[in-house]
Design a binder for this molecule. Structure first.
Ligand code: BTN
Length: 313
């Protein structure tokens, strides 16, 4: 994984402006010709490096690299991070890998040709967005509690985005919106034992610097459109670190600690909502969430517990 070209890329990433071939060569104990070869390899991968008289300059720093992601994400509980250049879906890759790999790991991809959303919907995953999946082995999570993990995941993303811009909210259960437009979708899949969750596959897609197609421009947004200048690696590292911290906290102390924060940030709570459920439309006021993470909607019939459903804005 720790290839020479990735080490060259790391030097370019850590340099403001031009770095000479001599400096790169001396740092990595390789010849100038070898440096040139590695630069050519990086350019072939689509990395925007310009060769100038005095050396090389990385023109676009929004780069995802295996070395840098691994260094920033791996800790005692997180076994490894895998950056894959071409995937159908990071959740699919995580599931394949889970069969042969022990422990917790992350898959990151720059693009997904078959990104999946909830209810078998497509999740458009073009270049510039952040697509990641955490494969997490919970210590002791009952099946009936798994929805709360979905809520915690949405909250983790919302917290990170709130540090960067205003107007961030969660739509129950875990879509993240900015000023009424969707910026992030989360897809949770799980492997169950008889009563507990043995593995969780938590897939997160965030619009960062990707272009949005005309069909979704009115209902979706990106960090770039919100005026936030940030690279995908920073977002991935921030989100995964926050999620890791919050999942561990959840396992120690349960959801109670997050409940107020979740409800305060949830667009579906405290106002009238229309929810499309498998059993029909439910209308009423979103008043909170139940012990198990269901959305509570109150109307003339009483309090309805929504287990699955699409909440209209
Ligand atoms: C939704 O909006 O319905 C959920 C979208 C989830 C998208 C993420 S991107 C990373 C991971 N891989 C997928 O195929 N889907 C999730």
């Amino acid at each position: 994984m720790n290839s020479t070209s990735e080490k060259v890329l790391e030097i370019l990433l850590n340099t403001d402006g031009i770095v000479s071939g001599k400096v790169i060569g001396e740092t990595l104990s390789i010849s100038r010709v070898a440096v040139n070869k590695q630069i050519a390899k990086l350019k072939e991968q689509g990395i925007n490096i310009e060769s100038r008289k005095k050396g090389y300059i990385l023109l676009d720093k929004d780069i995802l690299s295996q070395v840098s992601l691994s260094k920033k994400l791996e800790n005692n509980g997180l076994n490894f991070t895998l950056f894959i250049k071409e995937v159908d879906s990071t959740n699919n890759e995580a599931k394949k890998l889970m069969a042969s790999q022990e422990g917790n790991f992350i898959i990151v991809a720059p693009i997904q040709c078959r990104g999946r959303g909830r209810n078998s919907r497509q999740f458009v995953s073009n270049i510039g967005g952040a697509y990641m999946t955490l494969c997490y082995i919970p210590k002791n999570i009952q099946i009936m509690d798994s929805l709360k993990l979905v809520l915690v995941t949405g909250l983790a993303v919302a917290e990170v985005l709130s540090e960067l811009t205003e107007g961030v909210q969660i739509k129950w259960p875990n879509d993240v919106y900015i000023k009424g437009k969707k910026i992030c979708g989360i897809l949770l899949e799980s492997v169950l034992n008889e009563t507990t969750v043995s593995k969780l596959i938590l897939g997160i897609g965030i619009n960062v610097n990707n272009e949005l197609s005309d069909e979704i421009k009115d209902i979706a947004t990106s960090l770039k459109l919100e005026g936030v200048e940030i690279d995908r690696e920073s977002i991935i590292v921030k989100v995964m670190s926050k999620l890791w911290e919050m999942l561990n906290e959840y396992e120690r102390s349960g959801f109670k600690k997050f409940e107020k924060q979740y409800c305060d940030n949830c667009i579906s709570i405290g106002k009238n909502v229309t929810v499309n459920t498998p059993d029909g439309i439910v209308q009423g006021k979103g008043i909170g969430i139940s012990e198990t993470g269901y959305l509570l909607v109150e109307n003339e019939k009483g309090i309805n517990e929504i287990i699955v459903g699409d909440v209209g804005l």
